[in-house]
Design a protein. Structure first.
Length: 448
């Protein structure tokens, strides 16, 4: 790598020399690996791009904190991100800071300044995709964000390019490694949520503040991105129904096991039709019971897996490391190669596609199934009353399993598919029934 200037050609959008100048914003787990790999593989990058990659600087909030690092040894550290972005010899900006407000300002500065951007920031892309895409389009530059969803697993690229001629029906999967580690450990050990969260924190799978992961917000941002790409419709994180895993207990895990399921936090994005044939988009994140024979059930530890179902391609599965410095850096580097190659040739990557502009379905209208764990009175007629209540709300029962418990009975109910509204209203009525002592849990299942 070198730090020599490389002026741009305004006429073609291509760089006029054999260098592409890069600014890296952020030097944490991902940023440091991006710089290391670019430095160690400079010759390979030259051949893949058709030009030399020249890192002009690495912006950090505290230069002293990174003394002795590779970025320091190469003389690249700066605490002035805006000045770095504005340099005339910077063609491409890599944002790996995290957060929303400050990175948004920097990314917009870069795009409006005619610099292509590679970002790993799912929260930023999910919250401000329209604004970012507009800025990129107006400046004729690229916005790449493969690393924003499932790190090294190539999901964004196939949705933007490989499946661009197909009609995607659904995208669903495990897109958060922290929650998958916790639920997988609870399933295999029988331990509590609190114990496994503590273990995930000790091993570095969970942040000191794990809220974004365990409450489902991280997965919701990724679901918004996937739904937007899959259905050519702008979907933001605010459009995604979100429920985390903090209420999942060891008893829930055991009940799922007994019924032949495991519990996973799934992001589910679907193209739906109503009775009149009108199309809608649904995106949601919540704990979900998955049959143990389903491929998602075997996704263990912090791994991710995403299923895409398309009209012509059928069912596709993407699996691998969905988090961590090296896997995320791999996705960032892939985007750097693509964006830098476009700078050299004057080409552009596919931009935002929202031509379909499908309405977002009301969550109450979304079809789903419920697994309901109840404590009821152990007396004649209770099951008949329960079945009557379900029938009155248009919900069909698939299975009932009863166990004796503490002078009463524990009842596990699995429904057939109904709307979220119908099922929620049914549970609300049942919870108030005089024969119900307690509703232990209500967990959705993979649709039939």
């Amino acid at each position: 790598m070198t730090a020599t200037s490389a002026p741009n050609s305004a006429a073609t959008g291509a760089v006029s020399t054999s260098q592409v100048g890069i600014a890296i914003l952020g030097y944490g787990t991902v940023g440091s690996q991006v710089l290391r790999l670019m430095h160690e593989n400079a010759d390979a990058f030259f051949h893949r791009i058709g030009a030399e990659v020249a890192v002009r600087g690495v912006a950090v909030s505290n230069v002293e904190k990174h003394k002795g690092s590779l970025a320091d040894e190469l003389g690249l550290l700066t605490d002035d991100a805006r000045a770095l972005i504005a340099r005339s010899d910077v063609d491409l900006v890599v944002e790996v800071i995290g957060g929303i407000d400050y990175p948004r300002e920097l990314v917009l500065d870069a795009l409006r300044g005619g610099k292509s951007v590679v970002t790993a920031n799912k929260a930023l892309v999910a919250a401000h995709s329209e604004e970012l895409a507009k800025a990129a389009e107006e400046s004729g530059v690229d916005l790449y964000f493969e690393a924003a969803v499932a790190a090294a697993i190539p999901v964004v690229g196939p949705l933007r390019r490989s499946l661009a001629g197909d009609q995607v029906q659904s995208v669903a999967g495990i897109v958060n490694g922290t929650t998958n580690f916790i639920l997988d450990a609870m399933d295999s050990t029988g331990a509590s949520y609190d114990d496994m969260l503590a273990e995930a924190t000790r091993l570095g799978y969970a942040e000191a503040d794990p809220t974004a992961d365990v409450e489902g917000h991280d997965a919701a941002s990724k679901a918004a991105i996937l739904a937007s790409l899959a259905f050519h419709t702008r979907v933001t994180a605010d459009d995604v129904f979100c429920e985390g895993i903090t209420k999942i207990t060891a008893d829930d895990i055991e009940a799922a096991k007994s019924a032949g399921y495991t519990i996973k936090l799934l992001a589910i994005c679907e193209r739906l039709k109503d009775a009149e044939g009108n199309e809608f988009v649904s995106a949601r994140v919540h704990p979900t019971l998955v049959p143990r024979e389903h491929p998602l059930a075997s996704v263990s530890k912090s791994f991710n897996a995403v299923f895409v179902e398309a009209e012509a391609a059928g069912r596709l599965m993407f699996y691998g490391n969905g988090a961590g410095g090296n896997p995320t850096a791999s996705a960032v580097l892939g985007d750097i190669v693509g964006a830098a190659r476009n700078k050299v040739t004057g080409g552009r990557a596919p931009g935002e596609s929202t031509y379909a502009n499908l309405p977002i379905a009301s969550f109450g209208d979304v079809p789903t199934r419920y697994h309901i764990d109840l404590e009821i009175e152990d007396r004649v007629g209770v099951l008949a009353e329960l079945a009557k209540t379900f029938a009155e709300h248009g919900v069909s029962l698939r299975t009932l399993r009863q166990e004796e418990k503490n002078g009463g009975a524990r009842l596990i109910v699995v429904t057939h598919t109904a709307t979220e509204r119908e099922l929620a209203q049914t549970v609300e009525v049942i919870a108030k029934a005089d024969y119900v002592k307690h509703v232990n849990s209500v967990i959705r299942l993979v649709s039939e």
